[in-house]
Design a protein around this ligand. Structure first.
Ligand SMILES: Nc1ncnc2c1ncn2[C@@H]1O[C@H](COP(=O)(O)OP(=O)(O)O)[C@@H](O)[C@H]1O
Ligand SMILES: [Mg+2]
Length: 171
């Protein structure tokens, strides 16, 4: 059914994934899944300690998100997920049983990301986590099905763009 393809809102920490994905889900009247909520307690503890996750740490987490995407894709319920999905191999995993997956990629300069992360926590955010994510980030590229959005504009404008792009996709 057109327009019901599952969506992943991706990008590094501070790019606005949780904000944009939840607003987008609301606008589309679809369920929202906060990808970070599917992390294991072990991963949560590592991230809280400022330790970067390895590919092995991320495997089970990505598999659980992939399962939710596959289910949403086959049932046609639609789903909007926030998930960093930094590497091509992570996204390939997410697409395993959801080949039509649509990616909304949120992009910003390091300075803006750091500013937003600091505003979010209320105190200066060490840049370590951000820099390690920027380091491993592989931006989506063709033939991946994606929209790249600069996020130096209000979140609702990013959502507007995403809504228009999704409406232009055929199923
Ligand atoms: N487009 C935007 N303009 C201004 N502030 C934003 C925008 N998008 C998100 N924010 C703010 O930036 C911070 C990080 O956003 P968040 O959604 O938590 O990012 P992520 O989930 O990618 O880590 C939050 O405090 C959020 O309110
Ligand atoms: Mg988030």
């Amino acid at each position: 059914m057109p327009g019901m393809v599952p969506v992943v809102v991706m990008g590094v920490c501070g790019s606005g994934k949780s904000t944009v994905a939840s607003l987008l889900a609301q606008r589309l009247g679809r369920p929202f899944l906060e990808g970070d909520q599917l992390h294991s307690p072990r991963n949560v503890a590592r991230m809280a300690a400022g330790v970067s996750l390895t590919d092995a740490d991320r495997q089970g987490w990505l598999e659980s998100i992939a399962k939710r995407l596959a289910l949403a894709g086959s049932s046609g319920t639609g789903l909007v997920v926030s998930c960093s999905a930094l590497k091509r191999q992570y996204r390939d995993l997410l697409r395993t049983d959801c080949p039509r997956l649509a990616l909304v990629y949120l992009r910003a300069d390091r300075a803006l990301l750091l500013e937003r992360l600091t505003a979010r926590t209320g105190h200066y955010m060490g840049s370590g986590m951000l820099d390690s994510q920027l380091e491993i980030l592989e931006e989506p590229k063709s033939p991946e099905r994606f929209l790249a959005c600069e996020v130096d504009v209000p979140a609702h404008e990013v959502v507007d763009r995403a809504v228009r792009w999704l409406a232009s996709l055929d199923a």
